[in-house]
Design a protein around this ligand. Structure first.
Ligand code: FES
Length: 119
């Protein structure tokens, strides 16, 4: 099983292929924001990679990051835990002023169909 390390939280074994946003919540216990419910619309699921950043991304993620002018972050709702990764949780409920983190993302990546492109 891949290992997910979250700075300040620890290292956790996660099921291979699990959405990173869900692994952050379920395995790592991070109060990770995911305001749009994992649909690649809000960018609040963003994380910073320390190591293990995937070389591919969904076309939806690539387009959303470009649209928002975001660099140096990835959208955890668009990433699958396929190998060891170390990330910083930079978008948490704590300190956000939001009432909740957002509805729980589904198990499968959305939006469908998923198109993988180089990052
Ligand atoms: S972009 Fe909204 S949860 Fe990922």
């Amino acid at each position: 099983m891949p290992q997910l390390t979250v700075e300040g939280f620890g290292a956790f074994e996660v099921p291979a292929g699990k959405r990173l946003v869900l692994a952050l919540v379920d395995e790592a216990g991070v109060d990770q924001l995911h305001a749009c419910g994992g649909n690649c619309r809000c960018t609040t699921c963003r994380v910073e990679f320390v190591s293990g950043e995937p070389d591919t991304m969904t076309e939806a993620e690539k387009n959303k990051l470009a649209e928002r002018g975001l660099t140096g972050v990835r959208l955890s709702c668009q990433i699958l835990c396929a190998h060891d990764m170390t990330v910083r949780a930079v978008s948490r409920l704590e300190g956000s002023g939001r009432p909740d983190p957002g509805s729980r993302p589904e198990a499968e990546i959305h939006p469908q169909p998923v198109v993988w492109v180089e990052r």
